[in-house]
Write a protein that binds this ligand. Structure first.
Ligand code: ADP
Ligand code: MG
Length: 373
């Protein structure tokens, strides 16, 4: 058990049992003009192997189940798991894989009928799909209501690391937040302020905070309906929050420019400036634990990648325990070839934020009340 959640060892004797493993095989695909589809990166399939191999080595037969993309509750050959099944067959011969769970509307609506079809002929359930565990979908919360259940190795590591951050922080504990979708992340900002010593804010997220401070933000990305929330957060915890002191972007004529924190009319801020990147580096270097979610700028464009690159390098260089969550943050880290230099890269963006925010996820709660607990 880890935090009240059963692990593979808590399943008892699995020999001769048929085990349903909820995996996250939502892999990136290359679609070719001739209609063929190829897996762009099989990382998520390989990541599930420790759990699958443990079960197979202990005599179980394994049936994997996953979603892929958003096929809207009906079969759609574009989102077939056939290419994944072929790759899985090479990596783990004899392991079965069901068709895309989201071909059935009962998956997202969490219907009892769909759960019943999933567990038909199944003895045990294992959840190894961290990236889907913040959703109360049938394949996540259905089977553990009926079958002895456990989390797989990937999920176990995520829970250990992320709940460890939240519940047993080493101080100074620093959160670095950026990215574009501020309304999705403000909840976690408020929750994190209770546990972190410093909150470093970059990316497009900073402009809604600047707007709350009455600063001129030009035409930068911001969310007007979140300004009041940002003001409330600043009033309550302003001393913990580090905002940029300089910015980089495009002026009204589309020319590359650097400013302080007041932007001229028509300017768009696309990255933190060099002074900010150095200040954020200092905070990260002095920390004992760092959680980073969301790029510091529009790093996909080389002109605006420097802030994200500098923060990524600080994550690699600091002696702190470092955790990165978020699809684009992980992609940035990989682009800079620094993904091996941090302690943990979470496989779930939304799930990692929600676990930090609430200390729990629907998928974990379901495992905690499974019949074998
Ligand atoms: P994650 O996937 O790591 O959680 P988000 O999805 O919230 O991160 O945000 C990532 C996106 O934010 C990137 O595509 C990046 O280009 C964009 N972004 C970051 N800073 C800015 C900015 N100042 N202006 C516009 N877009 C930005
Ligand atoms: Mg993203």
């Amino acid at each position: 058990m880890v935090d009240g959640i059963p692990t593979l060892e808590d399943l008892g004797d699995v020999s001769g049992k048929r085990v349903l493993v909820r995996t996250d095989f939502n892999v990136p695909l290359n679609r070719h003009d001739d209609g063929t589809v190829e897996i762009a990166d099989d990382f998520r399939i390989r990541a599930a192997l420790p759990t699958i191999e443990w079960l197979v080595d202990h005599g179980a037969s394994v049936v994997c189940a996953s979603h892929l993309g958003r096929p809207k509750g009906e079969p759609n050959p574009e989102y077939s798991l056939d290419p994944v099944r072929a790759r899985l067959g090479e990596l783990a011969p004899g392991v079965e894989l069901l068709e895309n769970l989201r071909f059935d509307p009962g998956e997202t609506s969490n219907s009892d009928e769909f759960t019943a079809t999933l567990i038909d002929g199944i003895d045990l359930y294992v959840n190894d799909a961290f990236g889907a565990s913040h959703r109360a979908h049938a394949s996540i919360v259905g089977p553990p209501a009926h079958l002895p259940s456990a989390m797989g190795r990937l999920l176990e590591r995520e829970v250990e690391v992320l709940l460890g951050l939240r519940n047993r922080p080493k101080r100074p504990f620093v959160a670095v937040l950026g990215g574009a979708k501020i309304s999705d992340k403000l909840g976690v900002v408020e929750a994190l302020l209770d546990v972190v010593d410093s909150l470093v804010i970059g990316g497009a997220m900073c402009f809604t905070f600047f707007a709350a401070q009455g600063k001129a933000i030009g035409d930068s990305l911001f969310e007007p309906d979140q300004v009041d929330t940002c003001r409330r957060i600043l009033d309550a915890s302003g001393d913990k929050i580090h905002l940029p002191e300089d910015l980089v972007g495009l002026d009204a004529n589309g020319n590359f420019a650097t400013w302080g924190t007041q932007l001229p009319d028509g300017a768009k801020g696309f990255d933190i400036g060099p002074g900010t990147a150095a200040a954020f580096t200092d905070v990260i270097m002095d920390a004992r634990m760092v959680f980073w979610n969301g790029p510091m700028g529009m790093f996909e464009d080389d002109r605006f990648a420097a802030g994200t690159r500098t923060v990524a390098q600080a994550m690699a260089d600091t002696k702190a325990f470092t955790v990165v969550g978020g699809g684009d943050s992980a992609a940035a880290l990989a682009q800079f070839k620094l993904d091996d230099e941090v302690d943990h890269v979470s496989t779930g963006g939304g799930a990692s934020l929600e676990l930090l925010e609430n200390g729990d996820l629907p998928g974990l709660a379901a495992l905690r009340t499974a019949p074998n607990t």
